[in-house]
Design a protein. Structure first.
Length: 293
């Protein structure tokens, strides 16, 4: 005869769940410095938020810099400074002619003609950068020719003051892309790129000369930039050192197109060029990082 044992189900004894106050007291007992750290974290968060807001305000205000009459370096800037005042006039045969006066104070210049005033701090040996402050002013605000004269003056002033750095940068860039001692293949590649630049700038000038009435303002601005380029070339060549080579307009265009050079070299290759030649002439852009500011 089997016997069955009946067992009454007894509820398990469970501890009541801790309250929030119990948890806080336990945490305090285990880590007495926790409240202090929490308070500090809160302070740090608030301060960080304020710094972010100040930074955003600073960034937004720098997008549109305030107009200032100051054409001199800040007092804390290491100084190796020269200034130039450039006045431009057009001759009877239509040529723009610039006259430059160096190391003149800004408050002594005559503003009745189209002119530019520039200050150049050649501080590369000390801080790794050179700095140029420049202002160009046309003789009349209603004359496109006065505008072009002022742009020419701006370019001339930059070329006259920065000619040594232009020379160095040009030869560094040309040696990088076409070799310090260029081969026949390098020279042929350079010639094709220069031909592309020449056709491009000729097309721009044709558009300026026959500008569409619907795009007059656009092409007038392009004409001003081309006048600035002409002034840059002339200012450089008029004031370059005797040991520095002369540079043409295409040389300066090449210098300004260095970021596009790998694409231009590849694009101007003859169709029959083999892959090894293309690879040898087109430098990877990642190895040519430069700052253009």
């Amino acid at each position: 005869m089997s016997r069955r044992c009946a067992m009454e189900a007894m509820p398990l004894l469970r501890k009541a769940p801790p309250t929030d106050q119990d948890k806080a007291q336990q945490e305090l007992a285990l880590n007495p410095h926790r409240p202090l750290r929490s308070w500090l974290h809160g302070v740090v968060a608030v301060v960080s938020l304020l710094l972010v807001l100040v930074g955003l305000t600073s960034i937004s205000s720098s997008i549109t810099p305030p107009v200032s009459s100051n054409l001199s370096p800040p007092p804390s800037t290491p100084l190796n400074v020269r200034t130039v005042w450039v006045v431009v006039n057009r001759t009877v045969d239509g040529q723009l002619v610039a006259a430059a006066t160096f190391d003149v104070a800004a408050d002594t210049i005559d503003g009745s003609t189209s002119h530019a005033y520039a200050t150049f701090n050649d501080s590369v040996p000390r801080i790794g950068w050179s700095q140029l402050w420049l202002r160009a002013t046309p003789a009349s605000s209603n004359s496109s020719d006065a505008f072009n004269q002022a742009m020419y003056a701006a370019g001339y002033a930059e070329g006259a003051l920065t000619h040594r750095r232009i020379h160095e940068h040009y030869w560094n860039t040309r040696s990088y892309f076409f070799g310090r001692v260029p081969t026949a293949i390098n020279l042929a590649s350079a010639a094709r790129v220069y031909d592309f630049l020449d056709r491009n700038v000729r097309w721009l000038r044709s558009q300026v000369a026959t500008m569409d009435t619907n795009d007059t303002l656009h092409w007038a601005m392009v004409g001003g930039v081309l006048a600035q380029l002409e002034g840059l070339v002339q200012g450089y060549n008029d004031h370059r050192g005797v040991e520095d080579s002369s540079l043409s307009e295409l040389d300066l265009l090449f210098l300004n197109a260095d970021g596009d050079m790998p694409n231009l070299i590849a694009r101007t290759m003859p169709p029959a060029a083999d892959a090894a030649t293309v690879t040898s002439l087109t430098k990877p852009s990642t190895s040519n990082f430069k700052c253009s500011a």
